[in-house]
Design a protein. Sequence first.
Length: 157
Amino acid sequence: MSISDHIAVINKGKVQQFGTPREIYANPQNIFVSDFIGQCTFIEGTVLSANDTIKVSIGNISIEGRKTRKDYQFKPNEQVVVAIRPEGFHIRPPSAHHTSFSGKVIRTLYTGERLEVLMNVSGMEIRVTLPGDSEVKENDTLEVHVPVKDVMVLPKE
């Protein structure tokens, strides 16, 4: 991605998406592209409502996100996949509308400028990237927040 001005993501000989690295990373058109370009936590859910943002039910959690495919119309009760990049999670609530998750830290990996955290939230594994000076360790209970802009809602394919 760092040396390209445009990228074509191809799966089984078919172009899945063509665009700039930023477009593809921020607005993947399907699950394959979002998984191929960077890391994501994928969570299956059901659409509760679809307006400017998409509200999704994930078990007993409700999360609000945005669609990345402008040509796709989500419908209530549709099965979807929510994709969140690890850097989308924050330990302090952002000023904008957000969803909070609380769970147990399974593993941490210190990489210098960041701390990569794997946590269990209601049986789901969530990958979180925090600043390197975060004082988080295994077995801690951690509350993280994700703004609407960082929640990508994708059609289940």
